[in-house]
Design a binder for this molecule. Structure first.
Ligand code: ADP
Ligand code: MG
Length: 262
């Protein structure tokens, strides 16, 4: 919760300044500037191939940036700074940083041989060494929270796509992250299952979770997001309050994109 912290003293949860990333000759991120304050929801929209997933992957240590500066919770991603010099973090230190971040992908990626409950308990028990009873109690609470209180014993194959994605959200929350990343979490779902996943995300946002969400669900962005970021060609073309960006985009590229998706 952020309510009693003076705005000026709040450290952004995500802070990107001039973030660059290339794959070989191909520059995919050409200087991304972006900030997400505690408790804020930021939605990223943009055409396919514009670098949205790559940016999220950089935030979550799955890709290494080539330039600029990327911080989560005030800590530089992947590096330690000492006397003005950068040192690469050791594997253990990276793992500790990553524990702060939950990520939900387009494909649910649940462990197929584990029940919903076991999927949610897995990381706290294995990564944090938490007692099974503690992890189980939290997993049950989380299942309830995503509306699946009665499905803990079900294997993923027995669950619908929407239910699997809700378990995936619960699994990410089980590590008690300070930041949740979503990469097109509803894009692989049948249309009738999209709403139940968005509802869970809406609840999470209302609870004060800091979220960075790549999505094509413009309605969700308009309703839930504090800021909307339009990414194209590896740069932030335009960002601002969702209603303002959607109603009156200032950039031609944003207008062209919105005219296709709205
Ligand atoms: P988006 O999520 O906006 O659709 P991506 O971040 O997935 O875009 O990809 C941006 C560009 O980077 C694409 O041209 C894609 O082919 C390229 N790309 C992404 N990952 C890799 C990789 N591991 N190796 C080479 N090229 C990649
Ligand atoms: Mg993508």
């Amino acid at each position: 919760m952020t309510v009693d912290i003076p705005v000026a003293r709040r450290v952004p949860i995500v802070r990107a300044r001039g973030v660059r990333k290339s794959f070989g000759e191909h520059e995919v991120l050409s200087g991304i500037d972006l900030e997400v304050a505690p408790g804020e929801v930021s939605c990223i929209i943009g055409p396919s191939g514009s670098g949205k997933s790559t940016f999220l992957r950089c935030v979550n240590h799955l890709e290494r940036i080539d330039g600029g500066r990327l911080e989560v919770n005030g800590h530089l991603i992947g590096y330690k700074e000492k006397a003005g010099k950068l040192y690469e973090l050791r594997e253990k230190e990276v793992a500790a940083q990553r524990r702060e971040i939950g990520m939900v992908f387009q494909r649910f990626n649940l462990f197929p041989h584990m029940t919903a409950l076991q999927n949610i308990m897995e990381a706290p028990v294995r990564v944090k060494g938490e007692a099974k009873a503690t992890a189980r109690a939290r997993a049950l609470r989380l299942l309830d929270r995503v509306g699946l209180g009665s499905r803990g014993d079900a294997y993923p194959a027995r669950l619908s796509g929407g239910q699997q994605q809700r378990v995936a959200i619960a699994r990410a929350l089980a590590m008690e992250p300070t930041l949740m990343l979503f990469d097109e979490p509803t894009s692989a779902l049948d249309p009738e299952l999209v709403g139940e996943v968005l509802d869970v995300m809406r609840d999470l946002a209302a609870d004060g979770m800091t979220m960075l969400v790549v999505t094509h669900e413009i309605g969700f962005a308009r309703e839930v997001a504090d800021s909307l970021v339009f990414l194209d060609g590896g740069v932030v073309v335009e960002s601002g309050k969702p209603r303002e960006v959607l109603a009156a985009p200032t950039q031609e590229r944003t207008r062209a994109f919105l005219s296709k998706v709205l």
